[in-house]
Design a protein. Sequence first.
Length: 117
Amino acid sequence: QVQLVESGGGLVRPGGSLRLSCAASRSIFSSYIAGWYRQAPGKQREQVAAVTTGGTTYYADSVKGRFTISRDNAKNTVYLQMNSLKPEDTAVYYCNAHDLYNVYNYWGQGTQVTVSS
């Protein structure tokens, strides 16, 4: 079993930045696909960004050019750098890791991001 623990959420003004971190309880990110999802009140959970084991990244259109996903395999940690934040980015952000065939799929507990003036 793998535990994922997110941190770095909080309250930020529009235009501000936050960096989310997702720490895994053991070394998995070198062999698992890592991603960030978010869920706003009354909405479905949506994928925000992902990074494959080969380093290929994916971003939702709504965050392209503003968010950057990265990982540090030595620290068992995945990051989401969020810049130029907008009120519509307000949501609970979840970290996810899964193997290529989605046999093993792990979620963090979520961290709240609120963008408001």
